[in-house]
Design a protein. Structure first.
Lengths: 100, 584, 225
């Protein structure tokens, strides 16, 4: 950890800091709503869809604000996003064994 | 000038502390030492894999006859020197396992990834040198563990290197219990080593390129290693996850792949091949990259179509994720899914074909130098074409239904992995040996080794196409039990004898490799008159590689450049007109 | 340039990802972790589609209230983590240390609650191999109380298998995170981080948020669906 590396780290990271407590409140609220939705008497598929959307929403909030992807350069974001299509492909493809 | 001297001094300040032997050669964090460590380890496992193949071939060439000297083998493996069928199953399993995971992968990715990346991009070492050291020292116990499986009760894993469930999950089916668990644990541990390595390689190539080393001035070997590292990073964890689930099926009584408990055997196949197909591109892309470098050097010409070569590598990597089902056409999977896989598999032939034509275009009207690495590189192209062409037959589902699990597949595998990857490895080892050890391997014996290997390789594996089309299945202990296979035993015997001669020919390579350390002609900085940055530093390079950080002015293939006296121009020397340019 | 300086992305013409090496490294590594959890979680999703009757209705086997609180705790630890990083960024080393301690403690509590839950479930008869014969849960299964596809408790084999594997490996990752967090906290109290250089905090933080992110997905699709 030399001075050069340290100053380079400082130079790069003049950070934008959002209000983390607001994000926390959003996450808490979403969790509570999920707990409510899970036991609604609606058709199962609808409930599941809403729950999954909310879970993904929470995950995106964590990624964007806590992991700072909202403020990173595109070059950096690519590394975070790259695995996601691969995750989707395997699940969808194998699901077709059972539902197509 | 004084700042340069100070820089040089600073760069070597690690040496002035005089590290102990253990810190310098055993637990080294120097990428060059780690690369050589991987080389020595992998060559040992290449030998082990070859030995297992010899046993397999003995059984197929001379079924149920005692192996000469086979009485030395334990009763559990070969009583009276005659292989047991159960042991034969573990032989075919472990031959594939050792060759793929402990020989070819570490040779291509562990050796050349480690050795070449920092040198060829102009960096002093990897981004995370200590992580690199861990990468090697995690691989070693994985290898030792894998070897130990031969000596446990029940013998080694015997469900194929693909370890399909439920055969692999239920020990009653194979009689193997501990061996299969060892296999899974070893693979999981090796996976960790690979993932750490991939993280290092990717970060290094992105972050540590020397000034002027833009993406389109990178040598193709580095492009290939970089893309391969991404494949390793994303594919290996799938195998790790699947292996863990299979391990739990065996040890904790889980039911992931067990129909009785609600599990799905096909899930294993999908997960395995979702890893497995990117894996085969991991096993070929670095070879393709290094072959490009060697062919350009041996032709004294730039690589034909550099940009299309890069895009072809990327296309192969991309498409490689959506073709995995072509390993499963016979599995009973959803036929609609199968159709999709057939189309994507036929497509992936295109970028490979582009690369093949570009290699030929590179050589066309070149001032050809048939040095040993060039001979291997040209053989790579020719043998890979054969392997690729047989792949076209498999891509077509109706044809594959017939040839799946026959020796046609075995022929394909070995044309791409031996005819392809291993020839490239022989060429690459010969090519970078002088840089690693400061001496050259003997060129005459190198050519003898190449010729014998080439001839015996084709004699061994080409006839397997015929066997396969005749219906000779894979992994079979005694073909003579089927009347329709009995006429093929002559071919099997021919293959076996060729295989023995092929194995014996490798002694020449080993002797040449070892003798080179002691008797090889001393190599200067740049014995091949190559343009890469590694050839601008001493052989072997000092710790820290470059006394001063190089500046890159142009691409790596400025051979026979107009206005330059020599027919090569290293990347850190400017072009005569002073212009900088990308690789052409 | 010094050896050390050459180990970072060259200045001038901007090459590299625009961040320091360790930050790119952890993101790259997290890519592999995404694929690892894809294998485990993806398999669960697939098995659920293949065999819906193997899985109990929400809340019948697993304890939603306790786990919901645990989820909330983990989210809180993510906030304290990023606040620690922000504090270091602003130069408030005191606050940074406080938030690091909070993160470590909350993280450890999460693991503790999970272990407690596991013991509870095992006692009730929920195992990686499914529902134990003769257990409390087996009786409920036979009585049709769990919402399984059949009255035979053996049908729930994959339920236990996928539950314990997914949450178990997540818990393992959290545990590793807590250990790293403790290490970073100790380093912080030794004064090793400055406003100029607190890379370790950000790197551990990114790992920590990832582990939280995975749990957010897991809680919903394992407990609530």
């Amino acid at each position: 950890m030399t001075d050069m590396q340290a100053s380079q780290a400082a130079h790069e990271e003049h950070f934008a800091h959002p209000n983390y407590w607001v994000v926390w409140a959003a996450l808490a609220a979403l969790t509570l709503v999920e707990l409510g939705v899970a036991f609604l008497p609606w058709p199962r598929a609808v409930v599941v869809l809403i729950l999954v959307v909310m879970a993904v929403w929470k995950a995106v909030l964590v990624a964007l604000y806590f992991m700072h992807l909202r403020f990173e350069a595109n070059r950096m974001r690519i590394f975070a996003l790259a695995p996601l299509p691969l995750a989707v492909i395997i699940v969808i493809a194998v699901m077709t064994e059972f539902i197509w | 000038m004084t700042s340069v001297a100070a820089a040089a001094d600073h760069a070597h300040h690690g040496e002035t502390h005089e590290l102990s032997f253990v810190r310098k050669y055993v637990f080294s964090t120097d990428h060059k030492v780690i690369g050589i460590q991987f080389l020595l380890m992998s060559l040992v496992f290449l030998f082990v894999g070859g030995l297992l193949a010899m046993l397999i071939r003995w059984q197929l060439g001379f079924p149920n006859e005692p192996i000469p000297g086979g009485a030395a083998l334990p009763e559990t493996m070969a009583p009276g020197g005659i292989l047991l069928p159960e042991f034969y199953n573990s032989l075919v399993t472990m031959h594939g396992t050792f060759m793929i995971f402990f020989a070819i992968m570490p040779l291509l990715v562990g050796v050349f990834g480690n050795y070449l990346i920092p040198l060829k991009i102009g960096a002093p070492d990897m981004a995370f040198p200590r992580l690199n050291m861990w990468s090697f020292w995690v691989a070693v116990p994985a290898g030792i563990l894998m070897l130990s499986g031969f000596f446990v009760e029940g013998g080694h894993a015997a469900a194929g290197w693909t370890s399909y469930a439920p055969l692999s999950a239920v020990s009653e089916y194979t009689g193997v219990s501990a061996g299969q668990k060892i296999w899974l644990l070893s693979i999981a541990i090796l996976g960790l080593s690979s993932i750490l390595g991939a993280t290092n390689y990717i970060t290094t190539v992105v972050q540590l390129r020397a000034p002027g080393m833009t993406w389109f001035r990178l040598p193709l070997s580095i492009w290939a290693l970089f893309i391969t590292a991404i494949l390793v990073l994303l594919a290996i964890p799938i195998l790790s996850g699947a292996a863990i689930m299979l391990f739990f099926d065996q040890t904790l009584g889980t039911h992931f792949f067990d129909p009785a408990g609600g599990g799905q055997p096909l899930l294993w196949q999908h997960l395995f091949w979702y890893f497995g197909h990117p894996e085969v591109y991991i096993l070929i892309l670095p070879a393709m990259g290094m072959v490009s470098d060697i062919i350009a050097n041996g032709s004294r010409k730039p690589v034909f179509g550099y940009h299309s070569m890069v895009f072809a590598i990327i296309a192969i990597a991309f498409l490689g994720w959506i073709v995995w089902g072509h390993h499963m056409f016979q599995s009973g999977m959803n036929p609609r899914l199968g159709t999709g896989f057939m189309i994507s598999t036929l497509l992936i032939a295109v970028p490979s074909a582009i690369k093949t034509f570009n290699w030929m275009g590179t050589m066309w009207l070149g001032s050809l130098r048939f040095h040993v690495p060039m001979l291997h590189a040209i053989s790579f192209v020719a043998m890979f074409v054969i392997g690729g062409l047989s792949g076209m037959f498999m891509a077509s589902t109706p044809v594959d239904i017939y040839i799946h699990d026959t020796y046609f597949i075995v022929a394909h595998i070995h044309y791409v992995l031996f005819g392809g990857s291993l020839f490239a490895i022989f060429g690459a080892v010969t090519y970078w040996y002088p840089k690693m050890f400061g001496r050259l391997m003997n060129p005459f014996w190198g050519k003898v080794h190449w010729l014998l290997t080439f001839v015996f390789f084709n004699c061994t594996f080409f006839p397997m196409h015929t066997l396969g089309v005749y219906g000779h299945m894979r992994r079979i202990y005694d073909p003579t039990q089927y009347e329709f296979l009995q006429p093929l035993m002559g071919i099997n015997r021919f293959i076996t004898i060729s295989a023995f001669l092929l194995f014996a020919s490798q002694i020449i390579f080993v002797v040449n490799f070892v003798m080179g350390w002691f008797r090889g002609a001393r190599a200067g900085e740049n014995p091949w008159e190559d343009n890469g940055l590694e050839w601008t530093v001493p052989s072997p390079p000092p710790h820290g590689n470059f006394a001063t950080v190089p500046t890159v002015h142009h691409g790596p293939y400025e051979y026979s450049a107009p206005g330059v006296v020599e027919d090569y121009l290293p990347q850190n020397r400017p072009l005569p007109d002073g212009a900088g340019r990308d690789a052409r | 340039m010094t050896h050390a300086a050459a180990m970072r992305a060259p200045a001038g013409r901007e090459m590299g990802a625009g961040v320091y090496n360790e930050k790119l490294g952890i993101w790259v590594f997290l890519g592999s972790e995404v694929m690892f959890f894809t294998a485990l979680i993806g398999s669960y999703i697939i098995l659920r589609f293949a065999n819906p009757g193997a899985f109990a209705h929400p809340g019948k086997v697993l304890n939603i209230p306790i786990t919901a609180i645990n989820t909330f705790l983990l989210i809180c630890s993510s906030v304290t983590m990023v606040k620690a990083f922000a504090a270091a960024n602003m130069g408030d080393m005191g606050k940074m240390k406080l938030y690091l301690v909070a993160t470590t403690l909350i993280g450890a509590s999460f693991v503790g609650v999970q272990v407690y839950e596991y013991l509870h479930l095992i006692h009730a008869g929920f195992l990686p191999s499914g529902i134990r014969e003769g257990s409390e849960l087996a009786e409920l299964a036979v009585a049709g109380e769990l919402g399984l596809g059949s009255a035979d408790p053996a049908v729930a084999g994959v339920y236990g298998s996928s539950f314990y594997t997914m949450t178990g490996f997540h818990g393992f990752h959290v545990t590793c995170g807590v250990v790293c967090m403790a290490y970073v906290t100790i380093k912080a109290f030794r004064g090793k981080y400055t406003q100029a250089d607190h890379r370790g905090i950000e790197v551990v933080g990114l790992y920590w948020h990832f582990v939280d992110l995975v749990w957010i997905i897991l809680f919903t699709i394992v407990y609530l669906v």
